[in-house]
Write a protein that binds this ligand. Structure first.
Ligand code: NAP
Length: 257
């Protein structure tokens, strides 16, 4: 369903809507921007990297892409990003994708990776959701946070990442509780190993790549578009009675032996 010999059937289900997405320069955030634009949304994308590639990819799609230079740890930049999205007339979806993973062995790290992880992976999504909430209440919109399987299982030398992703899933449930009566939903996705610039170092290491491949029941690594399609599902009316949920997008990595 959904495609013909001529290619994908156009799906204009987000036409006239606006999605605010972070981390749109590359990886999963970029795939989300493309998926929302394919469905007709105007995407306001925040990233601290150059977003010209995303803009070029979106240029031929039914929706529009508007890049905003924003470090999500900067409160003023977050305010400007949300304002830019609201300037389109409405905010229907907020997708918190920007995130970092830092190696921090307990014996040697000085606390800086922990602080940075909290700032990017947890405080920024909270601040963005808080700033965007009045606009989402007007549209009955949705928040989708990008967590990780490491929000649910532990990993050595990743205290900041594991803790902030678990916290992000808690934040998702708190937002669902607080905004639900106004018709605003909040959900999360928890990807497994997805091939992006973030995971390039592991993907280039043949042994590590093989190990991650074997850990997934589907026997392969994931693509950014496979996360983006679940994100758009959760933001769409197809998920109209789903809130407070975290959906694993991990090829069976965390739940299947
Ligand atoms: P990525 O390739 O590193 O892309 C993340 C994007 O977010 C980059 O453009 C990055 O820019 C940007 N970003 C980081 N910190 C930012 C900040 N302070 N302000 C604005 N933009 C910022 O990562 P990805 O693999 O697509 O991951 C996206 C999300 O999925 C993350 O939250 C990650 O934890 C999660 N995730 C990924 C995987 C995976 O296997 N790839 C698995 C589970 C969860 P910079 O390069 O400048 O930092």
């Amino acid at each position: 369903m959904g495609s013909t010999d001529e290619g994908p059937t156009p799906d204009p289900s987000f036409a006239g809507e606006t999605a605010l997405i972070t981390g749109t320069a590359r990886g999963i955030g970029r795939a989300c921007a493309v998926r929302f634009a394919e469905r007709g949304a105007t995407v306001v994308g925040g990233d601290r990297l150059d977003q010209s590639e995303t803009a070029a990819t979106c240029a031929d799609l039914p929706g529009a892409f508007e890049p905003v230079a924003a470090d999500v740890t900067d409160p003023a930049a977050v305010e400007a990003l949300v304002e830019r999205a609201a300037d389109t007339g409405r905010v229907d979806a907020v997708v918190n994708v920007a995130g970092i993973v830092a190696r921090e062995p307990l014996a040697t790290h000085d606390g800086e990776p922990w602080e940075r992880s909290v700032a990017v992976n947890l405080t920024a999504p909270f601040r963005i959701a808080r700033e965007a909430a009045p606009h989402l209440r007007e549209t009955g919109g949705a928040v989708v946070n990008v967590s990780s399987i490491y929000g649910q299982i532990g990993a050595a030398e990743r205290a900041g990442y594991v803790s902030t992703k678990a916290g992000l899933e808690g934040l998702t449930r708190a937002l669902a509780a607080e905004l639900g009566e106004d018709g605003v939903r909040a959900n999360a996705v928890a990807p497994g190993f997805i091939e992006t610039p973030m995971t390039e170092p592991y993907a280039e290491d043949g042994a590590a790549r093989e190990r991650f491949r074997e850990l997934a029941a589907l026997g392969r690594l994931g693509e950014p578009s496979e996360v983006a399609s679940v994100v758009t599902f959760l933001a769409s009316d197809d998920a109209s009675f789903v809130t407070g949920e975290t959906v694993l997008v991990d090829g069976g990595r965390a739940t299947v032996e």
